[in-house]
Ligand binder design. Structure first.
Ligand code: LMR
Length: 337
């Protein structure tokens, strides 16, 4: 009996102690839910894991980053709404996905052939224009932290896409960008906005005939298994803006925010150093699989594609603004000189 009383008293004391230092105390880590739509084995997927590793290390475990890849938490449009509501703290949507928020300016990155290479891109995003674009997000309760590359897009379909005329009447899945819509309209195709997570099935069942994406996305989504041809066009670019819920970010203790900013800077350098290789490796794997025929364009065919897409610039002026297009082209030009 005495033993029992002693045991009960010990449990009570232990529970009391736990209540004082329990999970609700200052010891609980700050959780960052980082949601994204691509596979882990992609430039963005790997950089998200790198950020997690560095953020947890630099904050000494005071921050825990939970990465949710493959649209496991949210699809394209939903994830932006979730960030604004604070249900998720961090995302890295592509430049093409900010339109539904009322911000069309990032679609300037979607203009066909606007960037000759990734080096030029970096000069633009790290320059005054890149910073100005990030600031636009503030009014939407979002803080822009960094730009992460993926790479250049290729065209895929179940028919050979060589000349502009081949695109006539072909149904293409696009991201939610008016510039991308104008691009496919200029080619006489039928663009259809669709979430990334739905593309494979839509291609497989014939809901759409084709799509445009980077080699790493095509390979990790197995799109090459349901597309007979991929044309190496490198006509457009996919890159990301890493964003956080502004209130969450502003409310962080200053030292933690600095440590996270350091982790983000290093994860960004890591991403931008490996994205090209990820895409090269994915292309090699697609070739090895033999499932899709890869079409290379001659310089004349490439020139015809560029010419066919020229009207997109005029069309985009009313969507993203001519001054912005001029500024982008000027910065891109000075970067290549
Ligand atoms: C797409 O929707 O095609 C891409 O933006 C997916 C991604 O995040 O790379």
């Amino acid at each position: 009996m005495r033993k029992l009383i002693w045991a009960a008293a010990s449990i009570a004391a232990l529970t009391g102690a736990l209540a004082l230092t329990g999970p609700a105390s200052a010891q609980s880590p700050i959780i960052i839910k980082f949601s994204h739509v691509v596979a882990t084995d992609t430039p963005k997927g790997k950089a998200a894991e790198k950020f997690k590793e560095l953020a947890e290390k630099y904050t000494g475990g005071k921050v825990k980053v939970e990465v949710y890849p493959n649209s496991t938490l949210y699809k394209d449009k939903e994830e932006l709404e979730a960030l604004q509501l604070g249900s998720v703290q961090m995302l890295a949507p592509s430049n093409s996905k900010f339109g539904p928020l009322g911000i069309r300016e990032f679609e300037v990155f979607d203009l066909p052939y606007i960037l000759p290479d990734l080096k030029t891109l970096r000069k633009v995003t790290e320059g005054p224009l890149g910073i100005k674009l990030l600031k636009l997000l503030d009014t939407k309760g979002i803080t822009g932290l960094a730009y992460w590359d993926n790479g250049f897009k290729q065209m895929s379909a179940n028919k050979k896409l060589v000349a502009p005329a081949d695109y006539q009447g072909v149904k293409f899945r696009i991201q939610s960008s008016r510039v991308l819509q104008a691009q496919f309209k200029a080619l006489g195709s039928l663009p259809q906005v669709m979430a990334f997570s739905e593309v494979y099935q839509a291609l497989q069942t014939g809901v759409v005939d084709g799509q445009e994406n980077t080699w790493s996305n095509i390979y990790t989504q197995k799109m090459h298994e349901v597309q007979k041809y991929i044309t190496e066009t490198n006509h457009g670019y996919i890159g990301y803006v890493v964003i956080v819920n502004k209130k969450f970010w502003d409310d962080l203790p200053g030292d933690i925010r600095d440590q996270l900013a350091k982790a983000m800077k290093e994860a960004t350098d890591f991403n931008n150093a490996q994205s090209q290789k990820e895409n090269d490796d994915a292309l090699a794997e697609i070739k090895k699989s033999g499932k899709s025929e890869i079409i290379k364009l001659t310089p004349e065919q490439d020139a015809a594609m560029r010419k066919a897409m020229e009207p997109v610039y005029k069309d985009a002026a009313s969507r993203v603004g001519q001054p912005l297009i001029d500024e982008f082209q000027k910065e891109a030009k000075s970067a290549t000189n």
